[in-house]
Design a protein around this ligand. Structure first.
Ligand code: ATP
Length: 315
């Protein structure tokens, strides 16, 4: 991509909390019009990284440039071009949806019309309802609507669907994709790999304050060199025979790597049929007593595990 299309440049961002380094030199660039995902487990440093870019937290090292403005030196200019989704828990509960929109709109020199914004957020029917009576999904949509009042170029969404039910999550995904269609640049943090896969043009995988990989979802999964996973449990496994069993599994035709998660064995392969047939033959030969066998395509979760040795879902 051309450099003129760079909207965010995070350059060596560092954040210390006392002696603990929460963000350890994060570099990435975000391009105009893309949905850029920060994906990582709790505590990976996603929120801290976003807040340094938004100018809400001062970095201890590095700098962030947004739409050509340095977040440290030109915060006023940065604020004009960004929209930040507030945590919905911090909304004024007693106001109605429309009242809170009008109040926030009054903070800006100019703002977009409220009615169409409420329609876009599918909140028009709720405009006279009090915030405290909204569902979790409706509150999140209101928080996003508030972030859009100044018609920002760049929108920051910090874990927008955490705690929402699947239906509410999908409604929010549709809203995010519509914003992208309108040319907005969106930076989104999440610990749901499915969400990152569906929404993001590129994903920055973060762990323990660092970037572990950055690419399109497709290329990240491709980097595994295996497009399928075979999962199963085995009877009669103990500490003593574990190494021997793992050795046997590694010998299975076309298997690229073998992983064990709790008591589930995972074989990675890009020739599913060959590997599966060999596995079943060995099982029929009595060497391996398989149960709960299933196959699936490799996911971002697999990429994360192969790069960090940990699951996205663990603390
Ligand atoms: P989560 O999904 O839990 O929000 P995250 O990836 O957004 O995780 P951060 O919130 O950026 O991670 O936190 C990164 C690390 O910094 C965590 O270990 C967290 O406990 C710590 N941390 C965050 N804010 C502070 C603070 N104000 N003071 C001390 N430590 C903090």
């Amino acid at each position: 991509m051309e450099s003129s299309q760079i909207v965010i440049d995070a350059d060596g961002l560092i954040k210390n909390y006392g002696s603990f380094q929460a963000v350890r030199g994060v570099n990435f660039q975000v391009f105009q019009g893309e949905v850029f995902g920060l994906l990582g487990p709790n505590g990976a440093g996603k929120t801290t990284t976003m807040e340094m870019i938004e100018g809400l937290r001062k970095p201890d090292g590095g700098r962030a440039i947004v739409a050509g403005f340095d977040t440290q030196k030109d915060l006023g200019k940065v604020k004009e071009v960004i929209g930040v989704q507030l945590q919905s828990t911090s909304l004024f509960e007693l106001l109605t949806v429309e009242e809170i929109m009008r109040m926030y709109a009054s903070f800006y020199p100019t703002s977009v019309p409220i009615k169409p914004l409420l329609e876009d957020m599918t909140l028009i029917d709720k405009r006279n309802g009090r915030v405290k009576h909204l569902s979790g999904g409706q509150k999140q949509r209101l928080a996003i609507g508030l972030a859009l009042l100044n018609d920002p170029k760049v929108i920051f969404l910090d874990e927008p669907t955490t705690g929402l039910d699947p239906q509410a999550r999908r409604t929010l995904w549709e809203i995010i994709l519509k914003l992208k269609e309108r040319g907005k640049t969106i930076v989104l943090s999440t610990h749901y790999m499915e969400e990152a896969h569906v929404l993001c043009d590129r994903i920055c995988l973060m762990d323990q304050g660092k970037v572990v990989a950055l690419d399109t979802p497709r290329n990240l999964v491709k980097s595994l060199h295996s497009d399928s996973a075979i999962e199963f449990r085995l009877n009669g496994i103990d500490e003593e025979n574990m190494e021997q069993v793992l050795g046997e599994l590694r010998e299975i035709r076309e298997v690229k790597s073998v992983d064990v998660r709790k008591d589930i064995f995972v074989l990675y392969t890009d020739k599913l049929q060959d590997s599966l047939i060999d596995l079943i033959e060995r099982s029929a030969g009595g060497k391996l007593e398989l149960f709960d066998l299933q196959t699936r395509t490799a996911t971002l979760e697999d990429v994360f595990i192969s790069m960090t040795g940990r699951s996205l879902r663990e603390e």
